[in-house]
Design a binder for this molecule. Sequence first.
Ligand code: G3H
Length: 487
Amino acid sequence: DGEMKAWDGPVSEVYSPVCFPTPEGYKRKLIGTYPICTEKEANDALDAAIAAYDNGRGEWPTMSIADRIKCMERFIFKMSEQRTLVVKLLMWEIGKSYGDSAKEFDRTIEYINATIDALKDIDRQSSRFEMAEGLIAQIRRSPLGVVLCMGPFNYPLNETFTTLIPALIMGNTILFKPPKHGTLLHYPLLRAFQESFPKGVVNTVYGRGAVVTPGLMQTGKVNVLAFIGSSKVANDLKKRHPKINRLRAVLSLDAKNAAIVTKNADLQLAVSECILGALSFNGQRCTAIKMIFVHKDVADEFLKLLSEEVSKLKFGLPWDKDVKLTPLPEPNKSELLKEMVDDAIVHGAKVINENGGTSVASFFYPAIVYPVNEKMKLYREEQFGPVIPVIPFESIEEPIEYQIDSPHGMQVSIFSNDAHEISSLIDPFVNLVSRVNINSQCQRGPDVFPFTGRKDSAEGTLSVHDALRSFSIRSLVATKMNETNKQ
Ligand code: G3H
């Protein structure tokens, strides 16, 4: 019913990817528990969100934009008070380094502030009137109803909030399920939500996604699905909705972003950007570079530099100084990555860097796999981890054909120092993916840039401004002009 209550039901134990040696081997540390909701409890939370929306007549959807902004500013203040704890939980729960965890928190606060500014722009625009054909219209943006928000484990705070915050501030009511890895860090923020927004406006559902979310969709009462994660889960959830044509979906999904290193590239720059792209947060980003095409004339030199630079990356625990590679939160991830690497070896590739593909506890040492071909799982499947597949190419048609055949269409990175070559490559790629990066890694930010994808990689667009549009509809009040209102 939108209230916080003590929980006496079943709980799920949360184990950190940070392991400790025991006589039986490395063990993940138990760091907390979270409630497991039943389908009924999840549906109660949905009912609370529906009641708070009240067909658009609730306190929140009818509140002025200025007052909604005041609530959000209160939330920012209360959220900021929890920074130390949330950053600590990010490190323990998903193994993200201290620097990246702090960045995730601060980026989220900046995102909320930027969202407020963007909403003020929208508010200013809707105070203008448009006149045409004897009518005077005030055009505004109105909420859509109940939004189910689900974020991914790799940015459990930031990416959850890139949908939750714009959806909320546009006047929708929220049902939100934290990701399996990255649940505890939301606890300190629950009270901040409760103390900043009217009752029933933000509702949290815990538990196993496969148990609670299909039932929520089947009610047909979720108006918007905001999901960041796997394409398979998103499709399954969408299909559950009985009136799919009435469901709006804002999705950011699977990707297999390629880097293309031409023979005219600055190889040192290409290597450092490819490492950032492929291995930041251990490659666990939808925007990670997950395939590298390198021109055969520069392949040897590129691979040598790449191996040297990878060997310099520091492994360690999230709080270690200058750490770049940290433990993987998904318990079976090392085995899955190993299987992909072994499959590539069976089909003729080698791991070319020392220790590549080995694992200890929940660490996985990055594997540079070369030469990759179309028979290998690594060619198409998203590894979402520290494995770098490399393919030599002779003609630029080869990476273009790869992208045409790909089910994904998020981003590519092109590395070249030849302006003519760069401009000849932009057109073939810009209509296949949603962002072409020149001499730079793939990435989502800055957050004012549109973030989306083609094919199976996304639906709808996120960014500070785009997200406000994605979670609202343009509506208007049109009045027939007479002598009085003409003036
Ligand atoms: O995992 C997908 C994220 O959108 C990646 O964001 O490029 O800012 O790391 P990022």
